[in-house]
Design a protein around this ligand. Structure first.
Ligand SMILES: [Zn+2]
Length: 299
């Protein structure tokens, strides 16, 4: 932590790091693709293309685009969100960064969360457990609701998969789905795993006849699901505990982004030092989301 603070103590140090992560082969103009530019003296960390004259700041087109916050604050927030062992809520972020407003902290966290899916990530492969679950959710006034059964009315439905290598879990995927039908679960599995994956599920009929996947459906009967599918069940229970612990219950709004945060942290649980770098690299290549998109309510 001290090493981090020393390295990214100034705006210049942050901007230089961002430049290198964003343009590892040297500056590329987003307008014309030209590679020659001058650093402007009048605008902070902004380059003017020698070919078309377009001015591009090091944060233009990234999640940090047009932000009034200093880069040191963004870096510190990314570091905390990526490396804190349990994740960090907007309220904790506000206090750690001594931010004046909760809204600013909330926006920071929401924007960073959108950089937690690498668009180039490889699908799960080898041996994969998949299952579906129901997440209790809360509204402003209601306590957490714990619904029963597989019907989806008024509940948050989540499909999950975990890749298993040598008896231990590697990477995971979680996705909000509209129902536990064949259409939804096939779309989830086929989007999450590579062809020829060895898939293990329970005998819920929606998993049958998945094309291109080798599939073992375990008939649970008297055998408890957490014994037949131990890793996906552990993932679901960790997810629910995390939602309650850090966020005091997840909400329907933006649920997928919270699942993305959980998966980002899970997949990097053994390489937290590298997670910060990954978050900034994805963030530097992620189109910014305007406020009205960030606060969009779930249907
Ligand atoms: Zn240009």
């Amino acid at each position: 932590m001290l090493e981090f603070q020393g390295r990214f103590a100034t705006e210049g140090a942050c901007a230089e790091y961002l430049f290198e992560r964003r343009w590892p082969e040297g500056f590329v103009c987003p307008g014309c693709g030209g590679g020659r530019a001058w650093l402007l003296k009048t605008k902070a960390f902004t380059y003017e293309c020698a070919d078309c004259g377009r001015q591009t700041s090091v944060t233009a087109g990234t999640i940090m685009h047009a932000s009034k916050l200093p880069l040191t604050m963004w870096f510190w927030a990314a570091f905390l969100m990526a490396t804190h062992s349990n994740g960090i809520s907007a309220l904790q972020l506000q206090s750690q960064l001594s931010l004046g407003s909760y809204r600013t902290a909330w926006m920071l966290a929401a924007k960073l969360r959108r950089a937690m899916v690498n668009p180039e990530r490889a699908p799960l492969s080898g041996l994969v457990e998949a299952d579906e679950t129901i997440i209790p959710f809360r509204t402003k006034s209601d306590p957490v609701v714990v619904p029963a059964g597989r019907s989806g009315v008024g509940k948050m439905l989540v499909a999950g998969a975990v890749e298993i290598d040598g008896g231990t879990p590697r990477r995971a995927r979680l996705k909000v789905i509209d129902g536990f039908g064949k259409q939804e679960l096939h779309a989830f599995v086929l989007g999450a795993v590579a062809p020829q994956t060895q898939l293990v599920t329970d005998d819920w009929p929606s998993y049958q006849n998945l094309p291109g996947v080798r599939h073992d459906a375990i008939t649970l009967g008297p055998m408890a699901a957490h014994i037949a599918l131990p890793w996906i069940h552990r993932l679901f229970s960790n997810l629910k505990r995390w939602g309650l612990g850090v966020y005091h219950g997840l909400r329907k709004t933006n649920l997928q982004h919270y699942l993305d945060e959980f998966v980002f942290r899970f997949n990097r649980r053994r390489t937290r030092h590298a997670a910060f770098d990954t978050l900034l690299v994805i963030g530097a290549r992620t189109t910014p989301a305007p406020y009205r998109v960030l606060i969009r309510k779930a249907a």
